[in-house]
Design a protein around this ligand. Structure first.
Ligand SMILES: Nc1nc2c(ncn2[C@@H]2O[C@H](COP(=O)(O)OP(=O)(O)OP(=O)(O)O)[C@@H](O)[C@H]2O)c(=O)[nH]1
Ligand SMILES: [Mg+2]
Length: 606
């Protein structure tokens, strides 16, 4: 380690969901002067994909860079949602320090713990940023104590415990070193980064080593590998070898080399130790592989990514409406797409099954999988998926199941109902204390199984006033059966179009999901039965013409507005003998066995 890049700092911004990471990047970009004066720049500009913008969350980690007093700060913005933890794990290999953002009101949350643990394990220098200090309910002094406690709990060494603290408001674009200081701009934060995060060190003169931490795609140049140069230098146009994780090696030419600048990438002729670069020319390069000098193919170790906790099947759509709405509908399409996803989605697993039409897909949570489903749907894929199941593990003949740490903030009045519902789901309270303004903070250990489907119930029970967060805790012996959904499905009797008359009769049984004019098929789920059993209803049934005069027209029949479900809600709703059919235009719920008679027979055999 002879060389040091004093002109560079490489950092990642990590935090719990919504603590203000992407907004902070906005502020840094703005104040570094990369935008023209008066240029209209959208908020959270790094959240660039449609899904990220629609949901207001970061899904993929992304690189950017700002210049500060002649130095370059490479920044990686990371997602805070627990399901995308794999994204954080893989990018931490690119940086020497992290900004750990903590909301000055909420304090450390489950994902704060997860990302801090990962950063400490890699020995990265943390800077604690107490963010959102503009909030009237901010309690920065207590939050720092809580953060310190967390560091100690996670076994931080003395050096790591000496973390600097910066107070900030991402949204207002200022940072200060002391609460009483003037709140002006982000300069104090940038200065702390330069002073505290170590400059990259290594050997500039030794053969090239570049660990690929991210993959991007460009229409013109194809796959782009993104990573940091750990050793040596790279030149545009040079030959290099890729060391794969399976030990094989192949050679190709660097056809384009870029460095990050603001929101974009700038072409560059060469780069060296410490630079974070994007490289094209390697058509099937993957995350975790190392780009090396031809003379010295030495791969670098990649991080161990945590295992998936839930899984579901993705199958070819075999409903009567199959193939009508999608562009990619065959098992070949589905297979290729899923295996392609593995190249960049590092914490995902895909397995073939006994049937060529169905694949097991495992991920880190319901959102991890539902984002994949939503992305594929928008790309023109059509398929069907099963209810997510947790992944069990056998240790010495004993069944172990994933257990999550659940943190809940609720107004006191809702505590009773929350505790009751969680009890049924086999949760065990581990901590409870009162937070500010009549809120209680409750902590539970709960089987991951028990959490599936709980979120929507929780929101209803707390009238939208509760906040819940959970994170993988570990595997524990199976905690016993948890009784599932209390309601059955209302199932369509025949193929056709739902009409007011038929629906009117059906709605007496429960809550409908469809409206007059919706095309349905036998075995499709059109509503939720108030009772714990399925019922078959003919929603296509028209009124007998002869009755016309007696009871007035269809218009007189009032239908309650149908319940519209998000994809996540649909996945939570279905039972094991049901599926969700996904097409670019529609989402339908259905029984696995569509034929009413066959379904009844299958059930009687159970
Ligand atoms: N009051 C206040 N609100 C803020 C501040 N920074 C961010 N917010 C708000 O907090 C919400 C989340 O901000 P983001 O920047 O998307 O948070 P994030 O940490 O990037 O979220 P994920 O990437 O999804 O984990 C947005 O509504 C912001 O407007 C701040 O300094 N003060
Ligand atoms: Mg974000």
């Amino acid at each position: 380690m002879t060389d040091k890049r004093e002109d560079i700092r490489n950092i990642a911004i990590i935090a719990h969901v919504d603590h203000g990471k992407t907004t902070l990047v906005d502020g840094m970009l703005r104040q570094s002067g990369i935008f023209r004066e008066n240029e209209q720049v959208q908020e959270r500009v790094m959240d660039s994909s449609d899904l990220e913008r629609e949901r207001g969350i970061t899904i993929l980690a992304k690189n950017t860079a700002v210049n500060y007093k002649g130095l370059k700060i490479n920044i990686v913005d990371t997602p805070g949602h627990a399901d995308f933890g794999g994204e954080v794990e893989r990018v931490l290999k690119m940086v020497d320090g992290v900004l750990l953002l903590v909301d000055s009101f909420e304090g450390p949350m489950p994902q704060t713990r997860f990302v801090l643990r990962k950063a400490l394990q890699l020995n990265l220098k943390p800077i604690v940023v107490v963010n959102k200090i503009d909030r009237p309910e901010a309690r920065p002094v207590e939050v720092i104590d809580e953060v310190l406690e967390l560091f100690i709990e996670l076994g931080a060494d003395d050096d790591q415990l000496e973390f600097p603290v910066v107070y900030a408001s991402s949204r207002e674009g200022y940072a200060t070193l002391r609460l009483e200081d003037e709140r002006k701009d982000l300069e104090p934060l940038l200065k702390t980064i330069i002073d505290y995060v170590p400059a990259p060190v290594g050997d500039k003169e030794k053969p090239l080593q570049l660990l690929v931490s991210n993959i991007d795609y460009d229409e013109y140049v194809g796959r782009i590998a993104i990573g940091r140069i750990d050793r040596g230098r790279i030149k545009n146009g040079q030959q290099a070898v890729i060391c794969r994780k399976n030990g094989t090696v192949y050679q190709s030419r660097v056809s384009k080399l870029y460095k990050f600048e603001g929101l974009g990438r700038a072409e560059s002729d060469n780069a060296e130790l410490g630079d974070i670069v994007a490289v094209s020319g390697f058509s099937d390069i993957n995350i975790g592989e190392t780009i090396c000098d031809v003379s010295a193919p030495d791969p670098l170790p990649f991080v161990n990514i945590d295992e998936p906790t839930i899984s579901m099947t993705f199958g070819v759509n075999n409903s009567p409406f199959a193939g009508r709405e999608g562009t990619y509908v065959t098992s070949r399409h589905l297979r290729d797409r899923l295996f392609k996803e593995l190249e960049t989605n590092v914490s995902l697993r895909v397995e073939e099954s006994e049937s060529p039409d169905s694949f097991g897909v495992s991920g880190r949570g319901e959102l991890h999988l539902s984002i994949l489903i939503e992305t594929m749907r928008r790309q023109g894929y059509e398929f069907q998926v099963s209810k997510p199941k947790v992944i069990m593990k056998e240790v010495d003949g004993v069944n172990y199941e994933p257990v999550e740490l659940l943190m809940i903030d609720v107004p006191e009045e809702f505590m009773g109902v929350v505790m009751e519902k969680l009890g049924v789901r086999k949760a065990e309270m581990v901590n409870m204390h009162s937070a500010t303004e009549g809120y209680m903070r409750l902590e539970f250990k709960i089987p991951a199984r028990g959490l599936i489907g709980y979120r929507s119930e929780f929101l209803t029970d707390t009238k939208g006033n509760g906040i819940m967060n959970h994170i993988f805790h570990g595997h524990e012996p199976f905690k016993g059966e948890i009784s599932s959904r209390q309601r059955g499905s209302i199932v369509a009797w025949e193929d056709g179009e739902a009409v007011t008359y038929g629906l009117y009769n059906a709605q007496e049984r429960g809550l409908l999901f469809v409206t007059p004019g919706t095309k349905v098929y036998e075995g499709m789920i059109v509503g939720e039965n108030a009772r714990n059993e399925d019922i078959v209803v003919n929603v296509c049934k028209k009124k007998h013409v002869t009755n016309m005069r007696a009871s007035g027209s269809d218009d007189a029949l009032r239908l309650t507005p149908p319940k519209t479900m998000s994809l996540e809600q649909a996945l939570e709703f279905i039972s094991d003998d049901e599926l969700v059919e996904i097409t670019p235009k529609n989402m339908r719920l259905r029984k696995r066995i569509l034929n009413t008679e066959q379904r009844a027979k299958a059930k009687s055999k159970l």
